[in-house]
Structure formats: structure tokens, C-alpha cells
Design a protein around this ligand. Structure first.
Ligand code: SF4
Length: 454
């Protein structure tokens, strides 16, 4: 912050979980004379809030690819507008990041987006509302150029930071065929072909690159797609498992997922194709019972997951759940620290409740403590070591252990622990451990690397 001076432009991307921190930073920057501009999902959904509590000069709503340049120009001429409407830009207009501006040594991995939007409509997720249900795919050549630039700089691990890397399922194609909807079938087929074209080009990049992404579980049924992912060096994926019961999946409009033993088999299919999964589970669904926690821990253990995260059901703005929850809270709102509960992200962090949804049979504290137990078990030394068995060398297994522990500290303790000393210690520990890990992730720059032909 000491480097911020009058006339600078400070752009802050916020999502709901870090909005309050973003506003604090924005206010400090404004006090030092800088122009403050907020963007990101949260700023898109609550555009006035940045002005009201974050000291904003301007808010960018929607995609920043095109309007960010206008915001900068207006600030430079001393006349920023209050709002910039970015909308949803087409896939062939996504801009690459300005990687040459970042301090390389502060980043473990880089991220590149290949598609925005998701055709599903899960009730807890805002992606399909904000990025839209029509997937917008970037051209494969633009993606490859950006990745080549990153590998030249010495990045080896790259997140394909997509809403859903598998936007067209085999079932979608079958349905269009059954309905004799030729136009729809051709559109879906073209989208699927573009995915394969991208993966073919990724396969031509240096062998030491490792990609990871986010994907729906249905991809496990698509052997051709899994094989292409393996060849493209996409070795990790976050899969939203959410619930291990059919009732839980219905609660969140995600019944395209499987439950029980079928779920375990489906998740294992990824591993059989060399793709390591970070499974994401939600606790606190209406149909959850105390037995759900053990059942979930058992699935996570049996399904050959490399990592897992267990989150409590939280209503995020822009989602179906949030609208239902806001309505349920009614007009006579509880306030905490002077903030209405329905603007929970503005509540000072130590005062925030851990669970927001009233549950029919469990208290918030029971859901929180049982969730923490599942984290503790999954990330115990014994189980991490067992899971690391797929790695050949002891050094790699130790690195896996370290990364698992960092992941657990960063996400579990800071998310669900109630003891503030433990939360602060976890954050410090994770930051401290991240430094040696950065070295593990980096590799020698390859300045001479060219975009492969073909
Ligand atoms: S949770 Fe995943 S599958 Fe569901 S709408 Fe969001 S991005 Fe799509």
C-alpha cells in the first residue's frame, strides 16, 4: 500500500467471500489519492455496494475484457464514470492476461480461461446466472499462445480456470439426436469438436506442463474425452460431487450426478485415466442427517480422490438458494455487528456465523463440528500417506503430504474453525509454507519455446 500514490488506478476484483477485505483495501487506496475501481462477480451483483462502503470511484459490471480499457482512460483523464457495463463478451474476444506485469516468484501456478459459462443450473451456484448458460469458448490458438508465454516464464502448473471444462455431454448430443433437432446437434457437436481441437494442441506442448481444471462428473462416462484429457496433460480436476445421496442431489438441482456405489465407480474412472480429482462436498443440505457425514467421508476415501473439500451450505448472492434464503429471513431481519444477516459478507469476519441455513434436525454447531471432523479424518497423516501411494518416490510422497496439509490449513481452519487464534495461526502457517512450495512448482524458463505448428 505504501507504493500507492495520488493518480494511480487501483483495480480490485472481488467475490463475495473477500468483498469486505477488498473494500478495506479500496478505502485505504482512496485515502492515498488513488482511483479505486471494483470488478468481479460480487461487484457485478451488488454494484452500488462498492460506492456505499468501499470508497469506489467506479464499478465494472460483467466481463472486464473490453470496458477495463475505458475505465483506465477515464481515470487518466480524471473523469471516471460510476459504472461500466461489460456484459458478456464473445469467446473470441477474451483477452489474455498481462503476465509480464506479475512478480513471477510470488505465484505457484498461473491460470488461463478456455470457456466461460455453464449449461447446468445448480441451486447453490451463481456461475450460470452471471457467466450465462451458453458456454463461450475461446479459440484454441489464443489459449495455446497464452500458455506458451507462461511456459517461457517458467510456469509449469497451469489452471484451466473454466466454469466447466466439459460443456457438452454425450447425453446432450443424444437428446438433440432423439429430438431430431439437427441445428442443436450441429451446434453442440461443433462445441465438442473445439474442445478436442484444444486438447490436441495442448498435447503438443512441452511434456513437463501440468494442467488442472473444473469439470462435471458426467465426463467420466466419456472415454474419448478422458483419453484426450490424459494426452493433453490435464492431470487434475475439481469435481463437484456435493452430496452422496439422491435426496441431497435433488435438494440442489444436481441430479445429473450419481450417488452411492455408482458414484464411487464413476469417480474412480477419472483416476483410471490418469486424472486426479479434488472432490467437493456440501454439508447442511435439508436431507442431510448425522449419518451423512460418515457416509460422505467413506465415499471420499473409497473413490480414489487425491484431495477433497467439505463445505457447509452457504447462500451465495446470484443463486437460487440465496433468493430462497433471503425470502425465508423475512422483513424482520437479525443483525450482527449492525449488519443485516442477508448482507452477511459485510459482517466482521470473527462475528460471522458458520452456518446460515436453518436445518430440520441438526443445529448449526452440530453441522460445523461434524464437518470439521470429516476434514480432520480425511487429512490425517495416516490417510494422506495412504493416498500418496500412487507416487513412486518418497520425495514426491512428502511433497504430496505437505501440499495436502497446506490445503487443509488454508481451507478448513479458516473456513469452519471457531477458535480465532487457530484461524490466525493457520493463515500464517499456510503463507509461510507456501514459500518453499513455490520452488517445488516452478521450473526453468524456456524463453525459446515456440507455438507448435499443426
Ligand atoms: S456448480 Fe458447476 S455444474 Fe453446477 S452450475 Fe455451477 S459450474 Fe455448472
Amino acid at each position: 500500500m505504501e507504493q500507492v500514490a495520488a493518480g494511480d488506478v487501483v483495480g480490485i476484483g472481488i467475490h463475495t467471500a473477500n468483498a469486505l477485505r477488498g473494500y478495506e483495501i479500496g478505502k485505504q487506496a482512496r485515502e492515498r489519492g488513488a482511483y479505486v475501481v471494483y470488478g468481479g462477480i460480487h461487484a457485478t451483483l451488488f454494484p452500488d455496494e462498492g460506492h456505499e462502503v468501499g470508497g469506489a470511484h467506479a464499478i465494472v459490471q460483467g466481463d472486464g475484457d473490453k470496458v477495463w480499457a475505458s475505465a483506465l482512460e477515464d481515470c487518466a483523464s480524471g473523469r471516471p464514470q460510476r459504472f461500466y457495463l461489460g456484459g458478456r463478451v464473445a469467446g473470441d474476444e477474451f483477452l489474455p492476461a498481462r503476465w509480464e506485469l506479475i512478480p513471477r516468484e510470488k505465484y505457484m501456478w498461473a491460470s488461463v480461461q478456455t470457456v466461460r459459462g455453464c449449461p447446468k443450473h445448480c441451486s447453490f451456484c451463481s456461475v450460470w446466472k452471471t457467466d450465462g448458460q451458453k458456454p463461450r469458448q475461446r479459440t484454441s490458438d489464443a489459449v495455446i499462445r497464452e500458455i506458451v508465454e507462461l511456459r517461457r516464464m517458467g510456469f509449469r502448473y497451469i489452471a484451466l480456470a473454466d466454469d466447466n471444462f466439459y460443456p457438452v455431454t454425450l447425453q446432450d448430443l443424444e437428446l438433440a439426436k432423439r429430438q431430431n433437432n439437427d441445428a442443436r446437434y450441429s451446434e453442440l457437436k461443433a462445441m465438442r469438436d473445439e474442445r478436442f481441437e484444444l486438447m490436441k494442441k495442448l498435447a503438443m506442448l512441452p511434456k513437463d506442463l501440468i494442467f488442472f481444471t473444473q469439470i462435471t462428473m458426467e465426463a467420466a462416462e466419456d472415454t474419448e474425452f478422458l483419453n484426450a484429457m490424459r494426452d493433453a496433460k490435464i492431470k487434475g480436476a475439481l469435481v463437484g460431487v456435493e452430496s452422496v445421496t439422491p435426496e441431497g442431489l435433488k435438494d440442489i438441482y444436481k441430479d445429473f450426478n450419481l450417488a452411492g456405489d455408482a458414484l464411487v465407480d464413476r469417480l474412480k474412472r477419472f483416476r483410471e485415466h490418469g486424472i486426479y480429482i479434488l472432490g467437493s462436498f456440501i454439508f447442511g443440505l435439508e436431507s442431510d442427517r448425522p449419518t451423512t457425514f460418515d457416509a460422505t467421508a467413506s465415499v471420499a476415501q473409497r473413490a480414489d480422490l487425491a484431495f477433497a473439500q467439505f463445505v457447509t451450505l452457504t447462500p451465495f448472492p446470484g443463486t437460487v438458494d440465496f433468493n430462497r434464503w433471503e425470502k425465508m429471513m423475512g422483513a424482520d431481519l437479525q443483525t450482527i455487528g449492525g449488519v443485516p444477516i442477508t448482507r452477511r459478507w459485510l459482517i466482521p469476519t470473527p462475528l460471522r456465523p458458520k452456518v446460515y441455513w436453518p436445518h430440520p434436525v441438526m443445529s448449526g454447531e452440530e453441522i460445523r463440528s461434524r464437518t470439521q471432523e470429516v476434514w480432520d479424518t480425511f487429512y490425517s497423516f495416516k490417510y494422506i500417506w495412504q493416498r500418496s501411494g500412487f507416487l513412486k518416490s518418497t520425495k514426491s510422497r512428502l511433497a504430496f503430504l505437505l501440499i495436502s496439509k497446506i490445503y487443509r490449513q488454508m481451507y478448513a481452519d479458516t473456513g469452519i474453525a471457531t477458535d480465532s487464534a487457530r484461524v490466525a495461526w493457520s493463515a500464517r502457517w499456510a503463507r509461510w509454507m507456501a514459500k518453499p512450495c513455490q520452488k517445488l512448482f516452478a521450473t526453468k524458463p524456456m524463453p525459446e519455446l515456440q507455438v507448435p505448428m499443426g
